[in-house]
Design a protein around this ligand. Structure first.
Ligand code: KG4
Ligand code: ZN
Length: 351
């Protein structure tokens, strides 16, 4: 059983974890959200600086909590793509420096492979080939997983990611950043049927609609239009009802298209991961809809939905135990399709 120290710095969470086998021995996350909230979104330059400040204490803390020393580790891992390049570089340089100092192998990890592995931190494990709905601030994708590292994308958002849509709608409702938790909190007291928002669809050139792709930019505009109409009428804005109706339509469209995709692709299990997977309404709808269609479902443990280093550690362990190592010269990339994650372990680094 292998033990790794993993670092995650792709966006606005600095995180470190020590994972052994499928057990998280210690994990720590330092969020920068409050700082970015002042600007209404993540400021890359600030994110990089805060990662530099946060990582040393996080690493010291997970080592102390796990009771391990650097000598006990089998490898060191860091997220290297995709994400904010400057932010990724902080985790990657820190990880590679530690690896060189302590003569340990280094593994660069694809952030989305980390999210996919977050479900392996729960029980029971999904049994092979299965469909993953990955919903985060940067991605909304339906990914067929045929085995470790073998992925095929069957659907995606053509514009905003679901989490990005939560963030934008929260901003126009005056709820602050990050939008997902803020909308979820206020939507609890709202009526999810009061407003009918559209389930954005993606037209095909030959006519009809793409069965599994998503579009969220029209939904954001529809909420904006509704807010303007209500504001023109005067009176207090029914923020809870607007938030609940928005959350409901996002959850419905995600669940409907994922279930359809799983059934039509002949996949018996549906898996939900990513920051938006923390949403209780989405989790509930997914269970009900998957159950009604005879699908098995697995939800990433709540603690590992939003960005964390434990999921990165688990992805690294799966790669490490399959014999993969990264070259110490491996850099970072703002973009990298998930099906190219294997390239991070190639003899010639892709970047
Ligand atoms: O996976 P994640 O932490 O970072 C990325 O890789 O993007 O996802 C962050 C996104 C944000 O857009 C945030 O608003 C959303 O996940 N989010 C939620 C919830 N918690 C976080 N969206 C809906 N409901 C939540 N409870
Ligand atoms: Zn993420």
């Amino acid at each position: 059983m292998s033990t790794v120290l993993a670092l995650e710095t792709s966006c606005d969470e600095s995180a470190a974890a020590i994972v052994s086998g499928r057990r998280v021995l210690a994990g720590a996350v330092a969020t920068q959200m409050e700082e970015h909230a002042r600007w209404g979104g993540v400021v890359p330059e600030i994110a990089s600086r805060r990662h530099v400040e946060a990582l040393p204490a996080l690493i010291a803390r997970v080592l102390a909590e796990s009771g391990l020393a650097m000598a006990d580790l089998d490898a060191i891992a860091a997220t290297v793509a995709p994400g904010l390049a400057g932010a990724l570089l902080v985790g990657s340089v820190t990880g590679r420096t530690l690896a060189r100092l302590h003569a340990k192998p280094f593994l660069g990890v694809h952030h989305l492979e980390g999210h996919l592995c977050s479900v392996h931190l729960g029980e029971p494990l999904p049994a092979g080939p299965y469909l993953v709905l990955l919903v985060s601030g940067g991605h909304t994708e339906l990914i067929r997983v045929d085995g470790p590292g073998v992925y095929a994308r069957l659907g995606r958002s053509r514009d905003d990611a679901a989490g990005e849509c939560f963030d934008k709608v929260a901003r126009l409702l005056g709820l602050g950043y990050p939008g997902g938790p803020a909308i979820e909190a206020i939507a609890v007291g709202g009526d999810p049927r009061r407003f009918q928002f559209p389930k954005g669809r993606v037209s095909l050139p030959q006519g009809g609609f793409h069965p599994y792709d998503f579009s969220f930019s029209g939904l954001k505009t529809a909420v904006l239009r509704q807010v303007r109409t209500l504001s023109d009428q005067g009176g207090e804005l029914p923020v809870a009802d607007l938030a609940a109706s928005f959350e409901q339509v996002v959850a419905e469209v995600l669940v409907e298209r994922s279930c359809r995709c799983a059934v039509e692709a002949g996949l018996g299990t549906l898996v939900l991961v990513g920051g938006v997977a923390a949403n209780a309404r989405l989790r509930r709808l997914m269970e009900v809809a998957a159950g009604a269609r005879g699908l098995e479902w697995r939800l990433a443990p709540l603690a590992y939905c939003t960005d964390n280093a434990a999921m990165v550690g688990l992805a690294a362990i799966e790669r490490f135990e399959a014999g993969n190592r990264s070259r110490i010269a491996l850099g970072v990339a703002a973009r990298l399709p998930l099906d190219q994650a294997g390239g991070l372990y190639a003899p010639q680094p892709p970047f």
